[in-house]
Design a binder for this molecule. Structure first.
Ligand SMILES: [Zn+2]
Length: 407
């Protein structure tokens, strides 16, 4: 594995500008194209598993974070509140949870709507010290693939198991495996909400879910969120350093802080449990890992450019390029330079396919398709397009258990 910062620069995926600030990377067009493909895939995967997506603003009144417990327990990691006037101070949010709790309480809820699964790829902020920042792996502006499941107590274990299964599906599609799974428990000190029975209950349900999902894990004390224990999906970078990509957390604390409730079948008001989960973590840390694990050669479905069209001599690649675009493929037509130099350049940039079109190909209605591993095949245009589409489409979803529809 190589350092993602070097590959990110060489492949023009992202950029850090000192004027913008450390830990605030810019996603360049190529990096943004890959990220967009991955985001689309993740949102689609979540929809398939019953999530509804929302948009929420990346800041809120400071009062909201007193209520959530972030300002009392987590202020050291937050940017200081911004006072707009005497009555209004705003905070760049350290997490999306309170906003999603506000989505839940936007109207009365019935037990029939549960589990309510709310998802968003949204911004959150962390006041990291300059010394720890590095490329995409540790940033101050985080784009999190987040989601919150509001459910009844007796559904918590199933929801955690389902969240773990969505995660495994996403990791397989993206082409990596976590280095380990960690059950993060509370430690000593006043960092944690002081309610021992709540911690015991939450820890027990996470253990049961890990066993039901058949995930081998190690427990670690002092790594929990301030409001509850969590399952952490751990990765290792090119230098062997470990970090957390994504988590599943069970939370009996915040629903009470925001006074969330639903009307149960017997007409009684009950408090839902919140399951916080992310399938793929932040886009930044995810891509730091994807760049390293694939050595910059992403699977074709999220490669920034999937096909490079190289016309030779007087031949035009326009028609083939237009057909590729119409099929939703990300392509680039390159005219300048010798054919050998253009092929070499595409290979340095790790483009999955190169389509060469010369006079012979035009006359025969074919295209010479070269894949990243060097294999070349001469194919009729329709067959070439079919092949490209089959390799460049995102993986199909396994679908939620029991949700199969017969047509
Ligand atoms: Zn959350």
């Amino acid at each position: 594995m190589q350092d993602h910062r070097r590959l990110g620069r060489e492949l023009e995926l992202f950029h850090s500008d000192p004027l913008v600030g450390a830990g605030l990377p810019l996603w360049l067009p190529r990096g943004a194209a890959a990220r967009r493909a991955v985001e689309d895939y993740l949102l689609d995967l979540e929809r398939c598993h019953g999530y509804q997506h929302v948009y929420s603003p990346p800041l809120a009144k400071a009062e909201m974070y007193y209520r959530s417990g972030h300002l009392p327990h987590y202020a050291d990691d937050m940017f200081p509140p911004m006072a707009l006037d005497a009555d209004n101070a705003f905070v760049l949010r350290p997490s999306l949870c309170p906003h999603h709790a506000a989505v839940f309480s936007s109207r009365g809820r019935s037990y029939r709507e549960l589990p309510l699964r709310i998802g968003e790829i949204g911004g959150q902020y962390r006041a990291e010290r300059s010394g720890v920042l590095g490329g995409l792996a540790r940033v101050r502006a985080i784009s999190l693939n987040d989601g919150h499941v509001f459910c009844a107590e007796d559904a918590v274990e199933d929801e955690i198991v389902a969240a773990l299964s969505v995660m495994k599906e996403a990791h397989a599609a993206l082409g990596f495996e976590p280095s380990s799974w960690r059950l993060s428990l509370r430690g000593g000190g006043d960092k944690y909400v002081d309610d021992p029975p709540m911690w015991d209950r939450a820890t027990a349900v996470l253990r049961r879910a890990l066993e039901a999902a058949d995930v081998p894990y190690e427990a670690a004390e002092g790594e929990a969120a301030f409001y509850g224990p969590k399952i952490d999906i751990q990765l290792r970078d090119y230098a062997g350093r470990e970090s957390t990509l994504a988590t599943v957390q069970v939370d009996y604390f915040m629903p009470g802080r925001f006074d969330l409730s639903y009307v149960d079948a017997d007409g009684a008001r009950r408090r839902p449990v919140m399951v916080h989960r992310s399938a793929a973590g932040s886009m930044e840390r995810l891509f730091a890992h994807l760049i390293e694990v694939h050595d910059g050669a992403f699977p074709a479905w999220y490669a920034p450019v999937q096909v490079e069209v190289l016309p030779v001599g007087d031949a035009s690649g326009r028609e083939f390029a237009d057909r590729c675009r119409a099929l939703g493929l990300r392509i680039e037509e390159v005219y300048a330079g010798s054919l050998a130099a253009r092929i070499r350049d595409a290979s340095v940039r790790k483009v999955p396919f190169v389509a060469v079109i010369g006079a012979n190909e035009l006359a025969a209605g074919s295209v010479s398709l070269r894949s990243r591993d060097g294999a070349v095949s001469q194919l009729p245009v329709d067959a070439a397009l079919e092949r490209l589409i089959s390799v460049c489409r995102p993986p199909k979803h396994a679908g939620a258990a029991g949700s199969s529809v017969s047509v």
